[in-house]
Design a protein around this ligand. Structure first.
Ligand SMILES: [Zn+2]
Length: 87
């Protein structure tokens, strides 16, 4: 079981979270159709650390950027994103 340190709730079981996507696959609002298609469907899946978008769906419901190693699942950092990240 993987523990994800929510910035608001502390360490919680992965089952409370929903994985959304890698941060590099988030499409800008002004992206063209080809760029959007490439970002969403043509991605690499390299080993190593990647930044991912997760949501604490069954907790505080906050979105967060998680830097996680894809092989070992070691989490390097978790940063809140969205309105919850504002002071
Ligand atoms: Zn939380």
């Amino acid at each position: 079981m993987m523990l994800i340190p929510c910035p608001h709730c502390g360490p919680r079981a992965q089952a409370e979270f929903v994985y959304e996507r890698t941060l590099d696959s988030v499409v800008a609002l002004d992206a063209g159709a080809d760029d959007a298609m490439n970002s969403l469907f043509t991605r690499t899946n390299p080993r190593g650390v990647d930044e991912e978008l997760w949501r604490h769906t069954y907790g505080c419901r906050a979105w967060m950027a998680v830097r996680r190693h894809r092989v070992t699942h070691e989490i390097e950092s978790v940063q809140p994103v969205g309105p919850e990240a504002l002071p």
